[in-house]
Each structure stands twice: as structure tokens, then as C-alpha cells.
Design a protein around this ligand. Sequence first.
Ligand SMILES: [Zn+2]
Length: 218
Amino acid sequence: MTFAIKSMGPPGRHMRGTIVTCGHCGVVRTVQINHFKGQQRDNDDLEQQFIRNKLEKDGWLIGKKAEQHRCPGCYSAIRSAQKRKNEENVVNLPIKPGPTKPEQPREMSRDDRRIIFEKLNEVYVDEKTGYGPGWTDAKVASDLGVPRAWVKGLRDEMFGPEGSNEEIRATICDAQILLNDIRVVANAVQGSIEPLKTILDKAERIEKRIAQIQQELR
Ligand SMILES: [Zn+2]
């Protein structure tokens, strides 16, 4: 947008300036730039910027074309209308579908069922033992790429509890051996090392707990 600058005011006064008209209501505004009088053409840009700044500071909207200028009154009406519209838009925004629910497992097909069954058959020892060493519902599920819930469901229904009792038994066995070793050493050094008493107390507690676990595993 270039403002047309012309001589204004009474002849001989060398007043220059521009007239802008509101493209909506026809209000007219004169901006004088006597200030720049007599300066070089290089200052045209400066004059243009001066006019624009002055009008904008006063609340004018400067359009790309002269007929798009809006006086402060019309511009503020536009802005409030725009604001209202934006607010309405916010209210009327279509409700976005929420974040997709964490993968709803698809229905288990007969094939899924067969594959899971075969895998369980392979890695599940028996109802008393549970899974073979290293196997769990999670491992079977990730191995087959199926939801864990499917594995759990089928295993509960067709095989037995998940607990890998074999591993627990092996661990208990190790613990018992260790407790026994501690006791042997304790006897050998009896009376000479007081701190050993604490360890022995601890060992006793572990032993009791082991007895409980064994009871539970039966
Ligand atoms: Zn206006």
C-alpha cells in the first residue's frame, strides 16, 4: 500500500500529506507530513512508514488497497465480531474423537486359540509345577505377538496357574543349602564371633518362611 502524498492546505504553505478514507463508513483522515518537506525522494519510504505508523497508532487498519482501510471505529467493530466468531468456533468445534483406546484386543480367532494352546502345551509343565523355567504369560504373549490377556485366559482355562513353581523350588533348595553351610560354619567358630548371631537369626527367619512357602506350593 502506498499512500498518495500531495500538497495540502493553503497555497504557499507547502503542506504535504495524505488523505485516507475508511472503506466501510467513509470517515476521512488527513495525515500531514510537512515535516518531511523538501527532503529527497529517498525519504519516500520514510514518509510512507510515517503515515502508516501514525494511522495505526490511532487505531486505523491499513489495508493492502486504499478501499480496505478501516477507521478506528470500524476496525474495532471488526475485531469484536472476529473475537465473537472465534469464541463461537471454540464452542462449536467438532468434538475430536478422544485418544484411541489402548488397543482393544481383537476377538481371539480359532487360529489364535490353537497357536496359543500349542505354545502352552509346549512350555507349561503341569498344574502343580506351572510354567517351565523362564516361561510366563508375558513371555508367551510376546513370543506369539498376542495380547497377554488371551494367554492368561487360555492358560487358566486349559492348563493351570501361572506360578513357575519349579524355579521357586530350585531357589528354596539353594537357600536351604546356604542355611546349612552357615550353620556348619557357625558351629565351627562358636563363641568367637558375636555378629554371626545376627546372621543366624536371619537364617532362621528365612528357614521359617521357606517352610511356609513349601506348604503353599503343595
Ligand atoms: Zn469507518
